[in-house]
Design a protein around this ligand. Sequence first.
Ligand code: AMP
Ligand code: MG
Length: 421
Amino acid sequence: MNSSSRLNIERVVTFEGARQIVLDQARQVHGDMSGREEEVPLLESLGRTLAKDIHADRDFPPFPRATRDGYAVRSEDVSQPPVELNLIGEVRAGGSLPEGFGELSSGQAIAIMTGAPVPAGSDAVVMVEHTERHGNSVCLLRSAQAGENVVVQGSEGVAGSVLISSGTLMGAAQIALAAAVGKARVRVQRRPVVAILSTGDEVVPISAMPASNQIRNSNSFSLVAQVIAAGGEPRQLPIAPDEPNRLRELIAEGLESDLLLLSGGVSAGEYDLVEPALSEFSAEFFFTGVQMQPGKPLVFGRATAKSGRRTYFFGLPGNPISTMVTFRLFANIIVAALCGNRQETTRFLQARLAADLKTKTGLTRFLPARLIGDLFQPEVELVKWQGSGDMASFARADCLLVVPPDQEQFHAGETVSVFCI
Ligand code: AMP
Ligand code: MG
């Protein structure tokens, strides 16, 4: 009895079809994100998704700000350089204008430093490089447009406006911005709990010395690492044997999480029991195979936990590279959605192929590769590998070269699609 006859559903889709199905489900997850927030100290928001908009607490910048060291002038005064203007003082970042100063009059200039407020009356800053200082006066050697080297008050954000929207992933730039508006604590989405269940009679804990017919459970480790990187909270379950009762028990436990990831047991062999076991939990299978390599036996669906909740699951193929690649290309999208992250986390880039390449058609292939080349000429070169079990080669790759299913021959210099892992 093979897995397709044990199952009443067999649904093999193209890579793009599978991606669309996962993206569609991710959109549904977004619609259902209420009540999953918590407040954390600002730095703990790194890598998490903002749950509440962050507003400007005042105008940004709070005054018209000089972006160059030089002289604040009235632009109309310097329309026909060279022009000699009276120097009436100096203003530096963090400093203030001279006592009693009202407004810059025609014929006057003020020395100004980057970051300082541009005084009333002036509308431009002439860079110091284009001036000559003569004691109490300064000669402006170039004209300046109104607004030159000045950032208008509130132009980066007026008081009360949204600077970072809910749903944004917090990185260094967003943390800096939150700090700039004085947010010592921020509201973020709770991390989704992602259960990880490795299956296989041959799989043993990494602390064990494997017999010659056993292998260490590396998949749970790659998955824990990938779940953390995607913003989830991993929950590692014990290894499931290829035996229906224990497998069922562990699946029941895993379905009480926000997402269940299984590795192994999804091929068509007699001991590939994952799909039939999931069917016992009223599983809906969105697909049970993808025309891709590595990762062909990938399964995606939703099942009912004992508690009644409907939980997404992925049955990832057990080959270590297939597990990592299918997580990154598909499961990552659902983890990000469960994190409330509305940004695209699986982007494809273009690069020039470093050497000729010949493959077989029929499947979308993801070949371990490295990005090389220089600043304006990114190139991609293949890493030699022995197939979906070759972890040593995969660890030398930093991207996947994407080969479409309908092209067999590629030439050096051709533009190809690349996925960064
Ligand atoms: P399966 O998908 O169960 O047919 O497994 C395919 C291959 O992946 C087999 O060679 C397994 O030994 C290997 N494999 C399965 N599970 C794991 C795991 N947790 N860690 C490392 N390799 C695994
Ligand atoms: Mg197996």
